[in-house]
Write a protein that binds this ligand. Structure first.
Ligand code: COA
Length: 263
């Protein structure tokens, strides 16, 4: 399945279960216009629809990347006079990614600034090329990151790092971002290693993967005791799944690779 929107391209590989969503406004460094934000949501909806189409959890992971060598240079500044950057309808794609049932990996190349970095931080994982440049430059426009950039970095790294990045507006390297915990990995070969990682996650039992995503998202909202109780509620239904039985059987027999179906 391949689908092209005005500013986004979407592909789905049936064999691996991996969807790719490419931000496609390379002339504007993939700046987040209102249209691009709508297309991200529409593109993800089309990928999610593969599950209904096939009656199973066919979509196992999504990779979001930018066309033309850059991830995204943030909100489209040329649209600032038309609408407030804080307009909630325009921010829908961040929550949509965070709540998306499949894990989402941001493959970051080139510039990843402002709303681009917030988009990447809404994803479950960030893989960045060695020469990627990340930052929150909004301060130089007299505003703050409107989709929670300071909050995200406070959570992934720490509040001091968030203040340093947001108050200076400086670009930081992928290596520095990884050191702070903002980026998961800075691979030598960004394409191959992101693909390998997506395939690994895609081969795992999808109900367990969904439960882990939900658990990690509540971890930051609840205390440890309450969060562990929440995990118990996620854990128990998984014991009844075919994938659990398949994984345990493959482990015991030790002579074949388990195949997980999402049931
Ligand atoms: N919104 C709209 N257009 C943008 C953009 C943005 N956030 N970022 C880049 N562009 C456009 C530029 O206007 C330029 O268009 P043009 O060729 O029609 O003039 C094109 O993308 C290339 O950008 P340019 O500035 O020429 O590239 P550069 O390599 O000299 O600089 C950046 C790259 C990313 C450092 C610079 O473009 C920049 O600072 N962008 C703004 C980043 C920002 O403040 N984002 C947060 C917004 S809240």
């Amino acid at each position: 399945m391949d689908e092209t929107f005005d500013t986004v391209e979407v592909t789905f590989n049936e064999e691996t279960g991996i969807g790719h969503l490419t931000l496609n406004r390379p002339d504007a460094l993939n700046a987040l216009s209102g249209q691009l934000q709508e297309d991200i949501v529409e593109g993800l909806r089309v990928l999610e629809a593969e599950n209904e189409k096939r009656g199973e959890i066919a979509l196992r992971a999504v990779v979001i990347e930018g066309a033309g060598g850059n991830f995204c240079a943030g909100a489209d500044i040329s649209e600032f006079s038309e609408s407030s950057p804080g307009d909630s309808s325009e921010r829908a794609h961040y929550n949509f990614i965070m709540d998306f049932p499949a894990p989402v990996i941001a493959k970051i190349t080139g510039y990843c600034l402002g709303g681009g970095l917030e988009t990447a931080m809404s994803c479950d994982f960030r893989f960045a090329a060695e020469d990627a440049k990340l930052g929150l430059p909004e301060v130089d426009l007299g505003i703050i990151p409107g989709a929670g950039g300071v909050q995200f970095i406070s959570e992934l790294a720490n509040p001091a790092a968030a203040k340093e990045i947001a108050m200076t507006g400086d670009h930081i390297s992928a290596a520095r971002a990884a050191e702070l915990g903002i980026v998961n990995r800075v691979p030598d070969d960004i394409d191959a290693e992101t693909q390998d990682f997506a395939e690994k996650i895609a081969s795992k039992p999808p109900l367990a993967i969904q439960a882990i995503k939900e658990s990690a998202s509540v971890a930051t909202q609840m205390g440890l005791r309450e969060g562990r109780q929440y995990d118990r509620r996620l854990f128990e239904p998984l014991l009844e799944t075919e994938d659990h039985k398949e994984g345990a059987k493959a482990f015991a027999e030790d002579d074949y690779e388990p195949e997980f179906t999402g049931r």
